[in-house]
Unconditional design. Sequence first.
Length: 457
Amino acid sequence: MTARILIVDDVPANTRLLEAKLAAEYYQIATARDGFEAITKARAWQPDLILLDVMMPGMDGYECCRLLKDDAVTLHIPVVMVTALGEPGERLRGLEAGADDFLTKPVEYDTLMTRVRSLVRLKRLLDEWRARGDTARALGLTTDRALIPSIAGARALIVDDWDQSGQVIQDSLTEDDVVPALARNGADAITMTNAIAFDLIVINMTMTGEDPLKLVSALRAADSTHETPVLLVAEPGDKDRILRAFELGANDWLVQPIDSNELRARARNQIRRKFYQDRLRSDLGTALEMVLTDPLTGLYNKRYLERHLAGLIESGKGRHLAILMVDVDHFKSVNDVFGHAAGDRALRQIADSLRLNTRVFDSVARYGGEEFIVVMPGTGPEEAIAAAERLRAAVEAIEFLPVPGTRSPLTVSVGVAFTPADAGLPEILLNAADAALYQAKRNGRNRVEIAQTAAAT
């Protein structure tokens, strides 16, 4: 996954070291020498992540972070503070300034990359929700931007079998008017999360007789907790399991002994981010449901798709963007042989398959008749082609029974186009995907073809 990362440090040697590590993973890098330059570049370049040194002349990292988080143009950009100071008080200052994490020099490579990947994934998700909100506002469906609300009243589940640490966590969260609940093992945690919508889950990695990694995996796989932030409490030497938990979907961690202020700061950051995401989702759910969705399939319709695509490209978020145009093969024969009611059922099954086999930050729309469009932000050619093949195979595997006891095969042809292509103009991308789709039809259907302009890039 490519991303833009801004490195802010007044020591050239430090900058070059971080730049080399991140460039080796194919991230796009920009640098700034002080806080003033960082703010200017962050506003103009809109990075996906900022690595911010604390000790800098003129404006230290704490003040720079505060200004970034107070600015509506940059408040959504994750900030990781990097410093040689390792005292808990320094970490707390950074977190209270709005930093999303705090790394101590010398930075361990595995820890750095784990944090970067996790925060970039989250940033991409929030970008997509914000872009969809911008699309709704441009169409006159909402009036204000989503604001991050107070965390008072948020629900937190603590999973801990040790009374003392469990009580410390509960008392700390209560100071911010968070409502805590306690589960003493993984089984109780799963039962409680199925019954109650929690805004944060805190897991003690030192529980006896429990595999916390299994619990993290189960929480991420469950619909009820798929997007609930997970905060880990671990021993200082438990680095390997912490990194593995991040790969499974954990969001943040702190080490024992528990510092109450650091716990509160990290919990606040995670809950606020979830509330921000929930608010965006709620706004879109109410504003777009009737106006911008297709009543048959529940997908977005052509009106939304075209405006959303244009918004992505105009904002610069379409710099890595794939378009998949999907058309049902021989659909007319389904209607002619089995009737339009059966044809409608086929379209609904195909729509469900597309929805289930795309990422949460992709957009799927019914473009007209038996034609669908998938917009995939942050996606390069190889990933787009693999996604198209996955969707084609998923549709082919559908059990479509137009009449009881009779299975009728369903297949789709897919045309793929992606930026850069003539500056990424929406109509050119759509036309390129459409041309690739018709090539797939001419070459026998039930296949994927790439737009010629894309293939030549």
